[in-house]
Design a binder for this molecule. Sequence first.
Ligand code: PEP
Ligand code: MN
Length: 467
Amino acid sequence: MISDPTTDFPAFGSAQSNGAADYPGLDDWRSKPISQQPTWEDPAEFEAALAELSSAPPLVFAGEVDQLRAQLAAAARGEAFLLQGGDCAETFAGATANKISAKVKTILQMAVVLTYGASLPVVKMGRMAGQYAKPRSSDTETRDGVTLPSFRGEIVNGFDFTPESRRHDPHRMVQAYNTSAATLNLVRAFTQGGFADLRSVHAWNQGFMKNPAYSRYEEMAGQIDRAVRFMDAAGVDFSALRRTDFFTAHEALLLDYERALTRIDSRSGLPYSTSGHFLWIGERTRNLDGAHVDFLSKVRNPIGVKLGPTTRPEDALALIDRLDPEREPGRLTFITRMGAEKIREHLPAVVEAVRDSGAQPLWVTDPMHGNTVTAANGYKTRRFDDVMDEVQGFFEVHRAAGTYPGGLHVEMTGDDVAECLGGSDPIDESAFADRYETLVDPRLNHQQSLEMAFLVTEALSHRGRTA
Ligand code: PEP
Ligand code: MN
């Protein structure tokens, strides 16, 4: 994960042994309106969990976070492309070698296709190793006349519909930290230990192409194949391509958790949330005067903000002023999730206002969250065509505005689940009975994710051309 071995470590030296960082302003969020937080029952258990997190080793290092910021700055300038992918909600039971490797593998496979299509470096990032807290539209859930607290992600409570499981248990924050550490350890091993070798990633993609349903991508797959062979024949040193940077991201929803994992970087003296490299603020918690915007304005990590269809141009400008007053390259990413039907109507004014202000955030599309529908059996699902239509709309809007569509944020898994409908080897609702596994939002499966990478690549390779 560290591409520059000369980076000046160790960071967090002094603060680490003294527990959570102290820094002016880091606790200002406590006096701001805050939503989507748990109601822990036992104050002693809560304090004990925070004390444990406060003295725990950081999951990521400030040097890595700084490198990521530089790579995101390149993406914002149009010199790289960001791929963010992973579960809506990670689970503790899902942190197995097989599931983690399938997810990393799928992201790497998508990245190879996108790298070819964009002819640019792809910044790879998992919604992984920390994506455990979920915002919910209601505090409670009622089934057959029984009302219990809603499931808020495994960092807060369990999915089973019993009073014991739905209790907000502070010890789960420690379990989330430990499971994140185990996940990140394997991700680092895979991406640094040879698993990410370009030639094996390419070979996996050839497996995907064996399915006749994807024959329309044969030409592009053939081009990628020839490019890899050419590099091999020309004597390119593949040892450099055996490793890759891979960053982690999650929604910074649970501020007590983020605060307890915040450390002061001993090199710069500045606070970093060490729970992950990149943190984002969700659509439900991005209010300007709220606690989430305040806390994230105080840490040095690159941060994202989800922007839904009701975002006004002035909201985006005010968020830039609050979160990136210095207009620091790579600091701020806007992740738009407007829905396929709305993006062409709502996004242009926002993008144009930001462009005209002179700010240069990284623009990323999340084509999942604005396209959720309910299937006949009541399950949440998304149609592959709607998802792709939003991606297409995102490219069209940026092309028209002269801004750069710099990334893709998707809910996906490496497994063969059936949660989203459609794709060239189509999933229909009859498959839900056996292969619908997600606890919260529906994810693209392995095949749908790769197909999306081919389709986005087509859109990217047309990007420079005038319509
Ligand atoms: C999510 O990313 O899972 C999520 C809840 O997104 P949003 O904040 O965009 O609704
Ligand atoms: Mn989601």
